[in-house]
Design a binder for this molecule. Structure first.
Ligand code: VGL
Ligand code: ZN
Length: 217
């Protein structure tokens, strides 16, 4: 649902910036159309929040989610793995590479935690909370609870994968969730953007514009 509510971030609010990395921007290995355009938006948004966490997609070479790890397979094809369906991707965000680094124009020096995900060789991790087997926790829910953070504002890449699953898991983990629509961009594989919007509607996850976030920190 799209809300016209305004938001004033307070001490219980977190901005979670998902995967603002070179490989998800034009010129990168898994470029999201307009991915670079989220950077100035999150740079403007971040000063409204006392608490900011960044996620970083961080795969070992030969990761299970790479099409190149499955002879004969092509990127964007879906295969069955031990935990169910998995879309295969071009190699991206390989640990320690330039593609895995944050964008040089990202300017959020007060971010408090960088949470790396996707480092298990045989499990992908879209969500910042649970890996794709839906069982392996990243520890983020515990971190947020211990710090008294209750509401999560999400921004970043990609709207229809890592932002989507992070938003859904945040909700299921008991947090309030607001997705900042204009601070995200989609990959859009097989209408995944429309499917994400429909699912947010079903779950009652709010989509807001960054201009509705005022004041705070
Ligand atoms: C992502 C596909 C593969 C994302 C990460 O950040 O949305 N998508 N790895
Ligand atoms: Zn990935």
């Amino acid at each position: 649902m799209t809300t016209s509510e305004t938001y004033r971030p307070g001490s219980g609010d977190l901005l979670l910036v998902v995967d603002p990395q070179n490989d998800f921007c034009p010129g990168g290995r898994l470029a999201v159309p307009g991915g670079d355009e989220v950077v100035p938006v999150v740079n403007r948004l971040a000063p409204h929040f006392a608490h900011v966490v960044l996620t970083q997609d961080w795969h070992p070479r030969g990761h299970l989610s790479f099409a190149t790890s499955h002879p004969g397979a092509r990127p964007f094809e879906t295969i069955e793995v031990a935990y169910g369906a998995q879309i295969l991707w071009p190699e991206h965000c390989v640990q320690g590479t330039r593609g895995a680094a944050f964008r040089d124009d990202l300017d959020i020096p007060h971010a408090q935690l960088v949470l790396r995900k996707g480092y298990h060789p045989t499990i992908d991790s879209y969500s910042a909370f649970y890996e794709n087997d839906r069982r392996t926790a990243t520890g983020l829910a515990g971190y947020l609870r211990e710090r008294g953070l209750r509401r999560v504002f999400l921004a970043g890449l990609a709207f229809d994968f890592c932002v989507r699953y992070s938003a859904e898991d945040a909700l299921h983990s008991g947090f309030e969730v607001v997705v900042v629509d204009d601070a995200c961009r989609s990959i859009d594989v097989d209408s995944s953007e429309a499917a994400t919007r429909a699912q947010f509607q079903t779950l009652g996850i709010a989509c807001a514009q960054s201009s509705a976030i005022r004041g705070g920190a």
